[in-house]
Design a protein around this ligand. Structure first.
Ligand code: FMN
Length: 331
């Protein structure tokens, strides 16, 4: 048996589970393992230093799986922006058929991708942005609640409200994101009106995830309170794992620090070091509140298999029995 949703049908994926783009983490080995497990993984374009390297990474992923996978293109405000059009061209030329866009209005990218038959799943954090992406012509929405790792936006609306609020208005397939890590989350997302779930932090903590074992262990040890919101005062909020550096940044922000004052602390190269050397306090790294629900480091196949199997058990078992009892009572 399999869970069939508008997402699985539209994107041609076996299970309604997505591994969203993750800077430094979304590399070929993880994405291929997710694909081989029957879910949809995204290589993170900007983890590759050049569009040429992205082309190589896509080829490397193809050598590890014959299942569909995608590429995430995150469009962030930057003083010196990366060559987005060239990354986009590399994705199109490599024949990738699904892209996850995130960040600033992706209008020109969406138009180009669609022209070349690439399906676009746009990730955003508010109903209004979801509707604007729908008008732009994207094929699906990934809606990220306040619980999520990375950029939750500035509205602070948790998934329990955001998902049904978006489901009431969005007409195209929609994936719920932020705080999902197990079968209970998937069933809840489906009940709230979504067609599947997107997971970041949970996939970070798998055997195939290309980060240091110490950091996977740290995620398992951390509970749901082990995150900080940095850049709140700069209206560019980011949910990260709570550590010595994130606490320092939060304290400095409270004292009125500007980006220049924390620039060195939050440098991407330091964050990358966390994953490479396994030092939790080496820099800033993204993780969500769902850490409180993560207790092991399974393979992607074990994780996806477990979520799908247990989701079916919840629907047919626990929920089904509730319905059965009600039916008996009213008979
Ligand atoms: C380590 C890490 C890096 C991330 N980097 C990106 C990124 O570069 N682009 C992006 O669109 N989302 C990024 N995200 C967000 C995820 O794609 C996803 O939306 C989020 O993790 C969902 O919340 P969850 O962690 O509670 O599952 C990142 C998340 C993590 C954990």
């Amino acid at each position: 048996m399999a869970l069939k949703t508008r997402f699985t049908e539209t994107f041609g994926i076996e299970h309604p589970i997505v591994q969203g783009g993750m800077q430094w983490v979304g590399r070929a080995e993880l994405v291929a393992a997710v694909a081989n497990a029957g879910a949809l993984g995204f290589i993170t374009a900007l983890t590759q230093p050049t569009p040429e390297k992205l082309t190589e990474e896509i080829a490397r992923c193809r050598s590890l799986t014959d299942k569909p996978f995608g590429v995430n293109l995150t469009i962030l405000p930057a003083i010196k922006p990366p060559p987005y059009a060239e990354y986009r061209q590399a994705i199109i030329e490599a024949g990738v058929k699904i892209v996850e866009t995130a960040g600033n209005k992706p209008v020109e990218h969406v138009a180009e991708f669609r022209k070349h038959g690439v399906k676009v799943l746009h990730k955003c954090t508010s109903v209004r942005h979801a509707l604007s992406a729908e008008r732009m012509g994207v094929d699906g929405i990934s809606i990220d609640g306040f619980e999520c790792a990375g950029h939750p936006g500035e509205d602070d609306v948790p998934g329990l409200i955001l998902i049904p609020a978006a489901a009431d208005k969005v007409k195209i397939p929609m994936i719920a994101s932020g705080g999902f890590g197990d079968a209970r989350g998937l069933v809840a997302a489906l009940a709230l009106g979504a067609d599947g779930v997107n997971m970041g932090t949970r996939f970070m903590c798998t055997v195939e995830s290309p980060i240091h074992e110490n950091i996977k262990r740290q995620i398992v040890e951390n509970d749901e309170r082990a995150t900080d919101l940095i850049f709140r005062t700069m209206h560019n909020t980011s949910r990260v794992a709570k550590n010595a550096i994130s606490q320092q940044v939060v304290a400095l922000e409270r004292e009125g620090a500007k980006f220049e004052d924390v620039r060195e602390l939050v440098a991407g190269s330091r964050g990358r070091n966390v994953y490479e050397v396994g030092d939790n306090d080496a820099g800033i790294w993204s993780a969500g509140q769902v850490q409180g629900l993560i207790h092991d480091v399974p393979t992607c196949a074990e994780l996806v298999g477990r979520i799908v199997r247990e989701a079916e058990e919840i629907i047919e078992g626990r929920l089904g029995r509730m319905l059965g009892r009600r039916a008996l009572q009213s008979a």
